[in-house]
Design a protein around this ligand. Sequence first.
Ligand code: ZN
Ligand code: ZN
Length: 179
Amino acid sequence: MEVQSSRRGSAPRNGVLPAGDRASIAGANLKSAIAMMRESGLRASAARRLVLEALLAADGPMSAEQIAQGIGGRVPSSDIASVYRNLQSFHEIGLVRHVHLGHGPGLYVLSLAGEPEYLTRERCADYSAVAPEVLDPVRDLIEREFGYRASFTHFPIVGLCASCTAELNATRRLRGTGA
Ligand SMILES: [Zn+2]
Ligand SMILES: [Zn+2]
Protein backbone atom coordinates (compact mmCIF):
# COMPACT_ATOMS: atom_id res chain seq x y z
CA MET A 1 0.00 0.00 0.00
CA GLU A 2 1.56 3.25 -1.04
CA VAL A 3 0.25 6.51 0.31
CA GLN A 4 2.08 9.58 -0.87
CA SER A 5 1.35 13.13 0.04
CA SER A 6 1.90 16.29 -1.88
CA ARG A 7 1.76 19.89 -0.80
CA ARG A 8 -0.02 22.15 -3.24
CA GLY A 9 2.38 23.32 -5.93
CA SER A 10 5.29 21.13 -4.77
CA ALA A 11 7.25 18.52 -6.72
CA PRO A 12 5.20 15.75 -8.34
CA ARG A 13 4.54 13.36 -5.47
CA ASN A 14 0.80 13.01 -5.82
CA GLY A 15 0.86 9.25 -6.27
CA VAL A 16 -0.96 9.35 -9.59
CA LEU A 17 1.78 9.17 -12.18
CA PRO A 18 4.86 7.00 -11.64
CA ALA A 19 7.94 9.18 -11.17
CA GLY A 20 10.54 9.25 -13.91
CA ASP A 21 8.12 8.55 -16.72
CA ARG A 22 6.20 11.78 -16.73
CA ALA A 23 7.32 13.09 -20.11
CA SER A 24 6.26 10.03 -22.11
CA ILE A 25 3.03 9.67 -20.16
CA ALA A 26 2.28 13.35 -20.67
CA GLY A 27 2.94 12.93 -24.41
CA ALA A 28 0.58 9.98 -24.62
CA ASN A 29 -2.05 11.88 -22.65
CA LEU A 30 -1.88 14.97 -24.84
CA LYS A 31 -2.55 12.77 -27.86
CA SER A 32 -5.37 10.88 -26.17
CA ALA A 33 -6.83 14.11 -24.80
CA ILE A 34 -6.86 15.69 -28.26
CA ALA A 35 -8.34 12.50 -29.72
CA MET A 36 -11.07 12.58 -27.07
CA MET A 37 -11.82 16.25 -27.86
CA ARG A 38 -12.15 15.54 -31.57
CA GLU A 39 -14.36 12.50 -31.00
CA SER A 40 -16.64 14.72 -28.93
CA GLY A 41 -16.74 17.36 -31.66
CA LEU A 42 -14.51 19.90 -29.91
CA ARG A 43 -12.01 21.64 -32.13
CA ALA A 44 -8.42 21.34 -30.86
CA SER A 45 -7.87 25.11 -30.80
CA ALA A 46 -4.63 26.67 -29.55
CA ALA A 47 -6.43 27.91 -26.40
CA ARG A 48 -7.73 24.42 -25.61
CA ARG A 49 -4.32 22.85 -26.19
CA LEU A 50 -2.82 25.34 -23.73
CA VAL A 51 -5.29 24.28 -21.05
CA LEU A 52 -4.44 20.63 -21.73
CA GLU A 53 -0.72 21.35 -21.56
CA ALA A 54 -1.18 23.17 -18.26
CA LEU A 55 -3.16 20.25 -16.82
CA LEU A 56 -0.47 17.83 -18.00
CA ALA A 57 2.30 19.97 -16.50
CA ALA A 58 0.47 20.17 -13.16
CA ASP A 59 1.58 18.13 -10.16
CA GLY A 60 -1.96 17.74 -8.94
CA PRO A 61 -5.38 19.39 -9.06
CA MET A 62 -5.16 23.05 -10.19
CA SER A 63 -7.52 26.00 -10.05
CA ALA A 64 -8.64 27.79 -13.21
CA GLU A 65 -6.46 30.74 -12.09
CA GLN A 66 -3.37 28.54 -11.79
CA ILE A 67 -4.07 27.11 -15.24
CA ALA A 68 -4.50 30.61 -16.70
CA GLN A 69 -1.19 31.60 -15.10
CA GLY A 70 0.51 28.66 -16.82
CA ILE A 71 1.13 26.56 -13.65
CA GLY A 72 3.74 28.93 -12.25
CA GLY A 73 5.24 29.65 -15.67
CA ARG A 74 5.72 26.04 -16.78
CA VAL A 75 3.47 26.61 -19.80
CA PRO A 76 2.38 29.88 -21.46
CA SER A 77 -0.36 31.77 -19.64
CA SER A 78 -3.84 32.13 -21.08
CA ASP A 79 -6.92 34.27 -20.78
CA ILE A 80 -8.89 33.36 -17.64
CA ALA A 81 -12.31 33.66 -19.31
CA SER A 82 -11.32 31.25 -22.06
CA VAL A 83 -9.79 28.88 -19.48
CA TYR A 84 -13.13 28.77 -17.64
CA ARG A 85 -15.03 28.18 -20.88
CA ASN A 86 -12.70 25.43 -22.05
CA LEU A 87 -12.65 23.71 -18.66
CA GLN A 88 -16.43 23.73 -18.81
CA SER A 89 -16.37 22.10 -22.28
CA PHE A 90 -13.80 19.54 -21.10
CA HIS A 91 -15.96 18.81 -18.07
CA GLU A 92 -18.99 18.21 -20.29
CA ILE A 93 -17.16 15.60 -22.38
CA GLY A 94 -15.58 13.95 -19.32
CA LEU A 95 -12.03 14.98 -20.13
CA VAL A 96 -11.52 16.81 -16.82
CA ARG A 97 -12.86 16.28 -13.33
CA HIS A 98 -12.67 18.59 -10.34
CA VAL A 99 -12.09 18.08 -6.65
CA HIS A 100 -12.80 20.38 -3.68
CA LEU A 101 -9.65 20.32 -1.58
CA GLY A 102 -10.54 23.35 0.51
CA HIS A 103 -12.89 26.30 0.80
CA GLY A 104 -11.92 27.67 -2.60
CA PRO A 105 -13.24 26.79 -6.06
CA GLY A 106 -12.99 23.29 -7.52
CA LEU A 107 -9.53 22.22 -8.67
CA TYR A 108 -9.20 20.53 -12.04
CA VAL A 109 -7.45 17.34 -13.12
CA LEU A 110 -7.41 15.44 -16.39
CA SER A 111 -9.61 12.36 -16.17
CA LEU A 112 -7.05 10.53 -18.31
CA ALA A 113 -4.59 10.59 -15.40
CA GLY A 114 -6.77 8.06 -13.56
CA GLU A 115 -9.40 8.41 -10.84
CA PRO A 116 -7.47 9.06 -7.65
CA GLU A 117 -9.26 9.76 -4.40
CA TYR A 118 -8.18 12.48 -1.98
CA LEU A 119 -7.51 13.03 1.68
CA THR A 120 -6.90 16.57 2.81
CA ARG A 121 -5.70 18.33 5.96
CA GLU A 122 -7.94 21.38 6.17
CA ARG A 123 -5.74 23.71 8.22
CA CYS A 124 -2.47 23.49 6.25
CA ALA A 125 -4.10 22.34 2.98
CA ASP A 126 -1.72 19.40 2.65
CA TYR A 127 -3.32 16.54 0.75
CA SER A 128 -2.76 13.03 -0.56
CA ALA A 129 -3.99 11.55 -3.84
CA VAL A 130 -4.35 7.81 -3.52
CA ALA A 131 -5.47 4.90 -5.67
CA PRO A 132 -9.12 4.04 -4.93
CA GLU A 133 -8.25 0.54 -3.65
CA VAL A 134 -6.36 2.19 -0.76
CA LEU A 135 -9.68 3.54 0.54
CA ASP A 136 -11.77 0.44 -0.20
CA PRO A 137 -11.71 -0.68 3.46
CA VAL A 138 -13.11 2.76 4.43
CA ARG A 139 -15.74 2.46 1.71
CA ASP A 140 -16.67 -1.04 2.85
CA LEU A 141 -17.09 0.14 6.44
CA ILE A 142 -19.32 3.07 5.39
CA GLU A 143 -21.41 0.76 3.21
CA ARG A 144 -21.84 -1.74 6.06
CA GLU A 145 -22.73 0.91 8.62
CA PHE A 146 -24.63 3.46 6.52
CA GLY A 147 -25.77 1.57 3.44
CA TYR A 148 -24.15 3.57 0.67
CA ARG A 149 -20.99 3.44 -1.39
CA ALA A 150 -18.82 6.48 -0.67
CA SER A 151 -16.51 8.12 -3.19
CA PHE A 152 -13.66 10.51 -2.43
CA THR A 153 -12.84 11.71 -5.94
CA HIS A 154 -15.03 14.86 -5.83
CA PHE A 155 -14.98 15.58 -2.08
CA PRO A 156 -11.99 14.36 -0.06
CA ILE A 157 -11.78 12.91 3.42
CA VAL A 158 -11.04 15.98 5.56
CA GLY A 159 -9.23 16.24 8.86
CA LEU A 160 -6.39 17.86 10.80
CA CYS A 161 -2.79 16.69 10.51
CA ALA A 162 -0.81 15.79 13.63
CA SER A 163 1.28 18.98 13.70
CA CYS A 164 -1.76 21.25 13.21
CA THR A 165 -3.55 19.35 15.99
CA ALA A 166 -0.53 19.89 18.28
CA GLU A 167 -0.39 23.61 17.41
CA LEU A 168 -4.10 24.06 18.06
CA ASN A 169 -3.85 22.23 21.37
CA ALA A 170 -0.92 24.43 22.39
CA THR A 171 -2.89 27.58 21.49
CA ARG A 172 -5.88 26.35 23.48
CA ARG A 173 -3.66 25.63 26.49
CA LEU A 174 -2.21 29.15 26.28
CA ARG A 175 -5.71 30.60 26.25
CA GLY A 176 -6.74 28.29 29.02
CA THR A 177 -9.72 27.05 27.01
CA GLY A 178 -8.90 23.36 27.17
CA ALA A 179 -6.43 20.67 28.07
ZN1 ZN B 1 -17.85 20.08 -7.39
ZN1 ZN C 1 -1.72 20.56 9.07
